[in-house]
Write a protein that binds this ligand. Sequence first.
Ligand SMILES: Nc1ncnc2c1ncn2[C@@H]1O[C@H](COP(=O)(O)OP(=O)(O)OP(=O)(O)O)[C@@H](O)[C@H]1O
Length: 633
Amino acid sequence: MTAAFRGPRPGRLLSGGVPLLLILLFVFLSVAGPSIWGEAASASNVAEANQSISAAHWMGTDDLGRDILARTLVATRNSLVLAVVATIVGGCVGIGLGLLSAMSRRLGRALGALINVLIAFPALLLAIFFAVLFGIGSVGSVLAVGASFAPGFARITQTLTASVVSKEYVEASRVLGRGPIYRTFRHILPNIAEPVVLYSTIHIGTAVLALSGLSFLGLGVQPPVYDWGRLLNDGLTRIYVTPGVAIAPSIAIVLAGLTFNLAGERLSDLIAGRRSAPSARRSQPRPAEPAPDPAGDGGGALVDVRHLRVTYASADGRVTTPVRDVSFTLAPKERVGIVGESGSGKSLTAAAIAQLIEEPGHVEAERLRFMDADLLTPDDSTRHVLGRNMAMVFQDPGEALNPAIKIGTHLIEPAVIHLRESKPDAKRKALDALRAVAITDPARRFEQHRHELSGGMKQRVGIAIGLMGEARLLIADEPTTALDVTVQRQILRLVDRLGARTEAGLLFISHDIAVVSELCDRIIVMYAGFIVEEAATADLLESPAHPYTSVLLAASPRMGLDKSRPLVAIDGRMPGPDADLPGCYFAARCPRADATCLSDRPPLRELADGRRAACWHPLTEPGDVPTSEGATI
Ligand SMILES: Nc1ncnc2c1ncn2[C@@H]1O[C@H](COP(=O)(O)OP(=O)(O)OP(=O)(O)O)[C@@H](O)[C@H]1O
């Protein structure tokens, strides 16, 4: 078999190698051009004035006999330096505006409107307007082109920032007590840098064109200084006599514009190619012993939630209430699971405890406490308590890790910030934590970034981060949902094992009652923003009191279930967060419902065996459940 020789494909060469070579050439000309051709460019020789193209003067001479080619080469420095500075000016102003408009609710709308208006104007028109405003000359034209670029930079920054600020690692940083400036430089800028740099590269080419245009119109660089636009301006009147005076700077302008555009695109391709790498997900754990505190005063509870309500107001004034009434406590070291179908308010309940509900969300409660911190009147010390004592494992571990930050930095941050540990100590602890979550070669992983880890690995890292502080509570929100079954089991076992050796409580959220029952001492069942039942795990599994719990269990495949019976499908839909019903929200789907259920809301009340259920007709024994075939509870 013979190996065929494969040279570089023309398309690839044009998009990759050629722009790179041309950029190197432009850099060389900018640096060395004035030294090499400076004399020929400035030496007047009236005897050779206005010569056409010749062997001695490849592009002819101007009206003072100066060599046009030499002047074009020398003008490279002015043309490119001014273009780069104008791009930097536009970038700085635009990025600043974009960040402000994406991060500040107050300014956001006004700035957004201003950006929209400015972006509607052609950039060159804006540049001419600003050139008149800032004054004619190099400085004025650079500021003018920078100002005309700012709206574009602002728009791209605004869009990119909006997608980053909602990431879990940014939220986590906020909870850690980090201010907006830290979050901007630590989390936002590094993550929007790549597209912004690409955008800037392409804009250097556009800036060359815009600045040349201004100089050509007489608004830019003024004699004796010259750039390509100025040369074009000088030579245009003699273009038919000595065409080189216009051709040479025109070629330079077009070449520079094309070069930076192609270079930007090639850079973009390279980055896109690099991104097609591994990625993945998952979570975090720990816990230890139970001690429910049903409806008491919450004394000694790690988490104490009373009549929690989360609302969202939409722009048109409509208010939805995804969490309607939630009350529970979680004792130190206790493992509590929250289950319920999608949209029942599980995650928002946890988010309210973690102080992660952002405007337009609104949290109300009679009591909302974590340890000794009152979460209804949060201040810096509250944030410190949360940052030090609460760890969260998110649904998607990838989302919780900042792609621009090394795994090691994520790990040591809680220990350095909240426990005031030295970096070497924190690193030692981090390597131990990575070992504890069964990550091989922890020293290497410590130096890697999130895209270098698999999904299960990322979730293990998430768990390891939880081990780094002195967390008293771990909130795990659907930590295994996105993992394949094998990895799910590993992560759950890890949560269980680590829970056994730590002192923290666990709030484990899942739609899967089977998963929750494996880990938790107590289970809370949520429906349409309410807690409908709360009981010790064994009690709940053996004899659910609320018809919804019974249906949920019957709908969940798990060990010990009678395989001869079909899994139950729950007819109907859960009322949405905009529903406003007087009675039980499950009544429409409940075969036991009567007129009272439809008209009066059942309170969450204590039943004989210490459990709580919100039902007018709780089940006394685990009878039949409603099925689509018509069976009844
Ligand atoms: N930012 C928001 N703005 C408005 N409504 C929201 C917002 N976040 C969530 N909701 C509403 O709250 C409901 C409950 O959300 P939540 O995430 O707590 O549900 P969940 O029980 O955790 O469901 P899932 O298992 O699908 O995550 C959602 O169905 C949605 O209608």
